[in-house]
Design a protein around this ligand. Structure first.
Ligand code: ZN
Length: 229
């Protein structure tokens, strides 16, 4: 899954208003942010097999540290804990931790049965293989993405143009990246890993946009409207 993770990060702003969208995005996509680093270090392995699945040519041979359920829970605990030490915001720390783990569960429907429960050869692997359907993948990704954006936009208000246009460009660029990534397979595993590192860019971008928006919540919008007549 790709867009869906960003959608969940957007939606989470409502649950932890004081947590930056940057932190929420970092958490929701953490497993995929870690993965290219482990690939480049030679710790995890992927193979490009054109035509493997309709929506993905990636054969995830070995990725137990970034994409097993048990390590996802460990990462979630560590990152949620670190967030609490930095920000002293318990609610935000919980949400950040849950977002990290949510990544694994959102990957389950689309992946082949290649997601391990725990690191080690004895672990069963899960995945429902929805990446074999273009329609189901698009509906799933865009539904979660749109729902998340809608929740975020209703809960926050732009302070300036960075808050409005910066957000719009962010949303469109992510959607284009998703559509483009379903084109021709990457030339090599190494090129894939370097390209995948690019998703780190969206963490500071989300933080920047979020800094230029303010949380208004549901009630505030209703109260604010009559005064603008
Ligand atoms: Zn993933």
């Amino acid at each position: 899954m790709f867009l869906g993770h960003y959608g969940v990060a957007f939606a989470a702003k409502r649950l932890a208003p004081r947590t930056s969208l940057g932190a929420l995005t970092f958490a929701a996509e953490f497993l995929d942010e870690l993965w290219p680093i482990l690939l480049l270090l030679g710790v995890e392995q992927v193979r490009i097999v054109p035509g493997l699945m309709t929506m993905s040519p990636l054969d995830f041979i070995y990725y137990p540290f970034s994409h097993s359920l048990v390590t996802a829970i460990v990462w979630g605990t560590l990152i949620g804990g670190a967030y609490f030490l930095l920000r002293r915001y318990g609610r935000g720390a919980w949400i950040v931790a849950v977002l990290v783990v949510s990544h694994w569960f959102l990957d389950v429907p689309v992946h082949r049965p290649d997601l391990p429960i725990w690191p080690g050869a004895s672990s069963p692997k899960v995945g429902w293989g929805w990446w074999n359907s273009i329609a189901i993948t698009y509906i799933l990704e865009f539904t979660i993405y749109a729902a998340g954006i809608s929740a975020y936009v209703r809960a926050t208000r732009a302070r300036d143009r960075i808050g409005s246009w910066g957000l719009l460009v962010y949303i469109v660029v992510l959607a284009i990246l998703f559509v483009a990534s379903n084109g021709s397979p990457p030339p090599s595993e190494r090129a894939l890993a370097w390209t995948a590192l690019g998703i780190w860019l969206f963490v500071p971008w989300a933080w920047w946009v979020d800094k230029h928006r303010e949380y208004v919540g549901r009630v505030a919008i209703r109260v604010a409207r009559p005064t603008t007549f």
